[in-house]
Design a protein around this ligand. Structure first.
Ligand SMILES: [Zn+2]
Length: 116
């Protein structure tokens, strides 16, 4: 009778341990899956951004300045490459320079681009 009690106690301990291991395994898989998911989402966003910072036609600087701080990032090799965030020119890989909207506008006008 005493031995059986001991055996049951040991069994419960083992079950508890196994349950903890399974829970940890499942939660780590979930965390990993979520991480992978958000990573791929971010990658998509970045790709779209690099494509769209090469401006064409009439350039609307106020629309580009999404955070409304009056500043944008412009490539001094390709004036029509303008982004609201720091980054690199997708055409020549130069680091974009931070300029005010006013300066960006003047640069564009000087170089024959149409500005709204
Ligand atoms: Zn460039």
């Amino acid at each position: 009778m005493k031995n059986q009690k001991k055996y049951m106690l040991n069994l419960f301990r083992h079950i508890g341990l196994i349950a903890i291991i399974i829970t940890l395994a499942i939660s780590s898989v979930i965390v990993y899956a979520q991480h992978e998911h958000s990573k791929s989402k971010e990658g998509d966003k970045k790709e779209k951004k690099t494509e769209s910072i090469v401006r064409e036609g009439i350039i609307d600087l106020k629309k580009i300045d999404k955070n409304k701080d009056g500043k944008v990032f412009q490539d001094f090799m390709h004036w029509n490459v303008i982004s609201d965030e720091a980054g690199k020119c997708p055409l020549c890989k130069m680091t974009l320079e931070e300029v005010t909207i006013k300066v960006a506008k003047e640069n564009l006008k000087k170089n024959g681009f149409k500005v709204k």
